[in-house]
Write a protein that binds this ligand. Sequence first.
Ligand SMILES: O=C(O)CCC(=O)C(=O)O
Ligand SMILES: [Fe+2]
Length: 450
Amino acid sequence: MYVSARGQVEFPPGYTPPNLPHDDDDSRPAKRQRKSRVMSERKDLDAHDKAPDSVKIWYKRWQRMESAAFNTRFDIIDCGSDPDGKTFPKHMLREVSEPGFADVGKVFGEFMGGDSDVGHGLKTPRVFEVKSMPGLLIYPNILPQPLQLRLLDNLLHRDLSNPQHQTNVHLHYNVPYGAPQPHASGHNASFFDPSARTLPIKPKTSHTALDVPRMLDKKLRWMTLGGQYDWTSKTYPARPPPPFPEDVKNLVQGLFPMKAEAAIVNLYSPGDTLSAHRDVSEACAQPLVSISLGCEAIFIAAIEDEPAPSSATAVSGDPAAPPPATTATSTKGGRGGLGKLRSAVLRLRSGDAVLMSGEARYAWHGVPRVAANTCPGFMRSWPAGTESVDGVEEDRYEGYRGWMAGKRVNLNVRQMFADIAAEGEGVGGGDVDVLAAMGKGTVAGAEAGA
Ligand SMILES: O=C(O)CCC(=O)C(=O)O
Ligand SMILES: [Fe+2]
């Protein structure tokens, strides 16, 4: 049972699909009007709107940029991998004080099932807000290394082998599952297990044959958890979604001010991209969190403060030039104008989280680049490793040793329905002021790196 953004108790309420640009979906979810304390204006947002030309041009510039530039450009927000945060770019970030975390050590310890000291002696993670885009928060390196590995195990061994979780492969293939594993809490054999290697994946239509190694190496681009969008009927099914994996839910809810109700696990190889889009299909404006694992990515976010007055024409240009923050009046020759952009470029590393809230919740965003050879050393050999089976250490998943060295995995978690408590007076339309939810409702005057 859920409560819709309009306060009606129903299931599922106006349940509309997440807006994935690698979807070829052409249904038109109902436009919704929302109000937010943190957004100065909520326009009708349609999941099928195409990114404005200003965003597309800017995205392309980052897609085409030389990799070497990522180390030298001053306009990339790169918090580095320094846990003390000495390298945080102060000119673009402000530190959010007292983020009101639950006891992170406890949250991490519980996620690890109590068999790890990962939660011991941890400093409170630092949180930064992008100055140019209030509500866009970065939690650099928030996940400890053993927890990142455990999260990969849970998502890709356990959750991927759960037939209730849809993937892009299911759109075109009948996906078979391995036998339930006596030693792995009853879940089916991981697709990385040697026993799954020869599972017959049958095309539904005229698609080319596929086997498990190729599925894992190239074909698998996303998996859904919790709310499962039905890509064929272009709706959410009227039946309740499968339960959101409990440990992942507790981790997300223990760290971030939101409920974990639906997630997309995106898988990228270097060269894969995610085009500019907005995630506007959820029935509430609560924050969305995005957790990065594996190879580094360039993530861009943009808000068009002033839309173009007429259809714009692409301008060619130096890929290293700043974003096209041009107004219509600044373009010449009757070519039409580009909207005026406010933008942020983030270099995301394994263990980083990004929270999109407030006006940044509905920013255009995308991943123009995933950088090869940037998976951190501790993760490169995943899934190969040893596992204790009945007290005996066994080598596991050797056949895929190094798979993760060529991958980026992004866990993108959304709250779909407004909190009951947030309905009604005081919190407009169930939206939430994330900084208030996190602590004192203020942003510290302290600058990053202070
Ligand atoms: O991979 C990422 O960092 C972003 C993914 C995303 O925007 C999405 O799944 O909607
Ligand atoms: Fe997104």
